[in-house]
Design a protein. Sequence first.
Length: 101
Amino acid sequence: MQILNFPHGDQKQMDSRLINELSERLSALVPAANELRQETRAKIEQALKTGLSDLDVLTREEFEGQVQALSRAQQRVAELETVVADLESRLTSLEQNDVSS
């Protein structure tokens, strides 16, 4: 039996492979015809997705998207900090020129 490991932190993440594996294992417990088994598996998978969304769990794809968005935001903040520092330097220079004039 496999133990589910969630990373520690503010956001938990779970990829669709784990959801698929869980739903497959749970549906395997139902000794029925293959068609019924597939239907049961689909319902179990949907129930897992619904339950996990209620727990504020992210899929791996959603987590990776958030990581990329954060990286872009951090890069933009660094660029803007450089622009602000340049503007502050120019303003200081202009103020010093006005005082000395």
